[in-house]
Ligand binder design. Sequence first.
Ligand SMILES: NC(=O)C1=CN([C@@H]2O[C@H](COP(=O)(O)OP(=O)(O)OC[C@H]3O[C@@H](n4cnc5c(N)ncnc54)[C@H](OP(=O)(O)O)[C@@H]3O)[C@@H](O)[C@H]2O)C=CC1
Ligand SMILES: CC(C)(CO)C(=O)C(=O)O
Length: 293
Amino acid sequence: MEIGIIGSGAIGLLFGFHLSENHSVRLYTRRKEQAEALNRDGIVLKNLTGDNRQRKISADTSDNYQEEFLIVAVKQYQLKEIAASLKGCRERKKLLFLQNGMDHLSILKELSQQHDCYAGVVEHGARKESENTVKHTGMGKTNLGSFGTGAAEELALQLDSPAFPFQWKENCRVMLAEKLLINTCINPLTALLGIKNGELISNSQYNLMMRSVFEEAFAILKLTDKEKSWDKVQEICAKTHHNVSSMLADIQSGRVTEIDAILGYLIKLSPFPETNAPIIVFLYRSIKGKETS
Ligand SMILES: NC(=O)C1=CN([C@@H]2O[C@H](COP(=O)(O)OP(=O)(O)OC[C@H]3O[C@@H](n4cnc5c(N)ncnc54)[C@H](OP(=O)(O)O)[C@@H]3O)[C@@H](O)[C@H]2O)C=CC1
Ligand SMILES: CC(C)(CO)C(=O)C(=O)O
């Protein structure tokens, strides 16, 4: 399959490396220097065992996306510009969006009138180390569902490989909401307290704080099986106990966070956030404040 990947950060490079094993992949970058580095040196993938692998790739700064299948791997707050270019495409495309959070669903809704839209939940961990180097910090799979009528099961099968698994999920909204619940519980608290994910379970006071956030978010998202969801949140904290969450990493590096995609979405969804979700509102303001201080 011919695949275009828009955005060559941690996730774009990780997907580019693995998918180019069985498919023809082009990376679309924002900056010319990055496209030049990728065309010259290929993608370097570092894995947890310390191995480095390099693969040739072609990269381009154009927004005239040629491929029928495009993976969108930019941050949620960078989507607007890309959505405008995608609206300008005359041919029908298959678009897979990999953003955390759920605030991008309004963009998917608009684009799905013109294209087949899919959403993915990435369980891998990845960190960009240079223009063409990515470190695979956590092995997982990518869950994929259709936002509309696209054939997600078929797409997941085409992309799936033993080294880089994809799994079809029938209910795209539930898939996204379950990941949103995890990011809601872990990311803002770790960023505010300056702690690694594991401390949210090893420190009993922080664990009680996380449970309070969980209660509010669970009620807003209207998910089923509360205790199973709580166990899942705790399991992710344990599995990623050494991780600096993406939100803490963003705050430490002075970058904008994805707080709007995560808590901002829940606040919009809640009819009376100040009274129904006061802790979520408090956390939202804390992270917004940290972003600007
Ligand atoms: N990293 C991870 O482990 C995980 C990430 N995710 C999700 O995946 C998404 C991407 O994350 P991640 O890869 O870490 O983010 P990065 O910030 O590393 O990458 C985003 C990339 O998009 C590029 N970009 C921005 N605007 C454009 C544009 N108009 N055209 C082309 N490229 C553009 C940026 O370019 P430039 O460098 O020039 O700014 C940057 O390289 C996020 O929503 C995140 O929540 C989900 C699970 C795990
Ligand atoms: C699951 C978790 C919390 C792992 O760190 C994550 O997705 C993130 O940091 O954004």
